[in-house]
Design a protein around this ligand. Structure first.
Ligand SMILES: [Zn+2]
Length: 440
């Protein structure tokens, strides 16, 4: 079926026709802004209404800001990302950047509608950007086939708004931490111009949520970490010394053996490494994806994004919306509270209370299992006698092996004292977290 077959021909004709309609806007010529192109957006920006903000003054300048100036970063070009890019571009936003580290898999094609069978294996960000730019005149989507961790503060600072459509809590928390690090405080007072709103969405099967985070002002991702289901972590000692459940064995291979032997290169993502659904469930923690949920949540994100871009025009979402259509249809909006001692946004030093007879393993377990910390692979260092000492580091196999005996030592045996500061680095945040150890 390389070239031909009726269905294939028909599909091409439909695509060609759709393309033509999009590019000439139905007017027969390739103009960027044909008559009435932005009428739908103008209705929101150039007249007032029952839901507008009390201070709102309708203006024709808002449309220019939307079309020319407003710079948006979309993180993720997957299920939510495709919907978001389409929504943003059709609403007139033209300066859109998109980051995604994934390539297109054939299983994405049922819902990630910017991709076609010929695109399988290509970077999602590149293909999505190319599609939007081709179909929507004047739109300039800039793709990055990279990880969010590959960019620094100066990159993120250029955006007016960041919209996240991610399937990873770690990446979401990292992004949240990055926006916190951009905040500027003068004499303890937050400089509002340093705030970049984060619009975050997530879906899982028929459920989803959309939320607005104004960093330093409203509840952040880490403030509400308890809302996420706890990830099951297996204690390292169990995995290393006495794996007794099938899950332990999989983790043993994933955490200890894989990094050393790298049987298929660095990554554990190829199909041949995952043949059992159970196994893939443990290793990749697969979440089902439903196209209609993505569409609903992306629509909500777009609306929140729109209202955050024109903060004087709308009363913004305050601040957390849940959606559920498992049985009937249910939505609910509530105001998530900031957490006083939030690790990410409170600027309050974090305390660790342990007996001096506790083992390093206990601290590690606390950092990963405590509902408000939920770290993934924390690396713990301490400054002792003026020297930095790595107590435990999991992500580099040789260091893991060398520091693993520390896990079974007590805090006292490790030479830690009451009031000792511990620096903890983890994939959930771009910043090193400082903890103060208190003996009880
Ligand atoms: Zn917070």
């Amino acid at each position: 079926m390389a070239d031909g077959g009726e269905p294939e021909k028909k599909r091409r004709r439909v695509e060609e026709l759709a393309e033509k309609m999009a590019v000439d806007g139905g007017h027969g010529e390739n103009t960027r802004d044909w008559d009435g192109r932005w009428n739908h957006v103008r209705k929101f920006l150039e007249r007032s209404g029952p839901f507008t903000h009390p201070d709102f003054e309708p203006s024709t300048e808002s449309l220019q800001f939307l079309l020319e100036t407003c710079k948006i970063l979309v993180i993720g070009a997957g299920g939510l990302g495709c919907e978001l890019l389409k929504n943003l571009a059709l609403s007139g936003f033209r300066q859109i950047h998109v980051i995604d580290m994934d390539t297109i898999d054939v299983s994405n094609l049922n819902r990630q509608f910017l991709f076609r069978p010929k695109d399988v294996g290509q970077p999602k960000a590149d293909v999505a950007a190319e599609f939007i730019n081709r179909r929507i005149p004047g739109c300039n989507v800039v793709p990055y086939f990279k990880k969010i961790q590959d960019f620094d503060e100066s990159f993120y600072r250029q955006f007016h708004i960041i919209v996240c459509g991610l399937d990873s809590i770690i990446a979401r928390r990292w992004m949240n931490g990055m926006l916190m690090s951009l905040l500027i405080y003068e004499d303890g007072v937050l400089d509002p111009s340093s705030i970049i709103p984060l619009i975050d969405g997530g879906t899982e099967g028929f459920k989803g949520n959309a939320r607005v985070v104004l960093p330093g002002m409203t509840a952040c991702i880490d403030c509400t970490l308890e809302l996420y289901p706890p990830q099951i972590n297996f204690p390292m000692c169990t995995i290393a010394s006495m794996p007794r459940l099938p899950e332990h064995c999989i983790e043993y291979v994933r955490v200890l053996q894989w990094p050393k032997e790298k049987p298929f290169g660095a990554h554990l993502s190829k199909p041949y490494s995952i043949c059992l659904f159970f196994l893939s469930g443990v290793v990749k923690r697969i979440i089902p994806a439903v196209a209609s949920t993505n569409a609903v949540i992306a629509g909500m994100l777009q609306e929140k994004q729109f209202s955050a871009s024109f903060s004087s025009a709308y009363v913004p979402l305050n601040n957390y919306l849940v959606f559920n259509d498992v049985d009937g249809l249910y939505t609910y909006t509530f105001e998530a509270d900031r957490k006083e001692n939030c690790m990410a946004c409170s600027q309050v030093p974090q305390d660790l209370k342990f007996a001096s007879s506790a083992k390093l393993q206990d601290i590690l377990r606390y950092l990963t299992e405590n509902a408000s910390l939920q770290m993934k692979s924390p690396a713990i260092t301490a400054t002792m006698d003026g020297k930095n000492k790595t107590l435990y580091l999991q992500t580099i196999a040789s260091i893991e092996e060398r520091t693993r005996p520390n896990l079974c030592k007590t805090l006292k045996e490790l030479g830690l004292t009451d009031g000792q500061e511990l620096a903890v680095a983890d994939v959930t945040t771009p910043q090193t977290m400082l903890f103060k150890l208190h003996f009880i």
